[in-house]
Design a protein around this ligand. Structure first.
Ligand SMILES: [Zn+2]
Length: 268
């Protein structure tokens, strides 16, 4: 990870890290947003004095403050917290947080947060402001720090931040064992869609192969690409009741089609 040292921060720590604070940058969704905000932290005038440990956009993460130092991101939680800035705006809807750009941001942030959770033994759970104030360990938004300690009025990352999706990615990246055996039917992964690689299309490809809709020689890929789409189209050709209305060549699989495909592939 690129390291651009922020200008304003507190060297060292006197208490252990116990909380991770999610922020958004209130900055446009662009390819260099993390780099730009890191540069802003590095050159910030004394009238602002702010920083975060890491900035992420859709294609990169930039380190600004070492974990062992205190970034100045969320007064009240700076001494025992780690702060990460995500490209985007607090006003974003859930749909906007889950668009293609933001999913890249969430994935990069989830990777950093999963590493922190493992390194600092922090459970990947969302705390309420009350739980934060009570000293529990976990993950919060800046808005929760504002509510718990009343030292700032920031409300990022906003009321529509997709905590469920984000925490599921953090948990997945922490390498927890899947709740179901590989040979049984996993739950339909929310957000699975053509031309996307998050969530991974590999389980779908394995089921398509096992059920005879995809050639076993096709290489697995996280991307739900043309070959996967063609195979799902074949599946819908045979089982049009699971295709989207009016289409017997639908390349997008839905939850019901997913369940039927996995039953065909692996049995009940
Ligand atoms: Zn913030």
């Amino acid at each position: 990870m690129e390291f651009v040292q922020a200008r304003w921060y507190g060297p060292g720590r006197s208490v252990p890290i116990r909380v991770i604070v999610i922020h958004d940058m209130e900055a446009p969704e662009g390819p260099n947003t993390a780099e730009n905000v890191a540069h802003w932290f590095a050159t910030m005038s004394a009238s602002n004095k702010a920083s975060a440990h890491v900035c992420v956009d859709a294609n990169s993460a930039v380190r600004c403050v070492a974990d062992g130092d205190r970034a100045w991101h969320a007064p009240g939680a700076n001494s025992d917290g780690l702060g990460i800035e995500l490209a985007g705006y607090a006003r974003q809807t859930r749909e906007q947080w889950l668009d293609q750009y933001s999913k890249g941001v969430l994935e990069n942030a989830a990777r950093v947060v999963a590493g922190w959770c493992q390194k600092h033994n922090i459970p990947a759970v969302k705390l309420t402001a009350a739980e934060l104030a009570a000293g529990k360990r976990g993950i919060v938004g800046h808005r929760d720090v504002s509510a718990a300690y009343g030292q700032t009025n920031h409300t990022d990352p906003g009321p529509n931040f997709p905590w469920d999706y984000f925490l599921s990615r953090v948990n997945a990246l922490m390498g927890k064992p899947a709740p179901t055996k590989p040979s049984t039917r996993p739950a339909f992964p929310a957000g699975l869609k053509p031309n996307s690689s998050t969530p991974s299309a590999k389980p779908l490809q394995r089921a398509l192969k096992a059920a005879g809709f995809m050639n076993k020689t096709v290489a697995e890929s996280d991307n739900y690409g043309p070959k996967t789409q063609e195979s799902v189209g074949l599946f819908h050709r045979k089982y049009p009741q699971y295709a989207a209305q009016g289409s017997t060549w639908d390349v997008a699989i839905g939850p019901k089609g997913w369940n039927h495909l996995f039953t065909l592939a692996y049995g009940k």
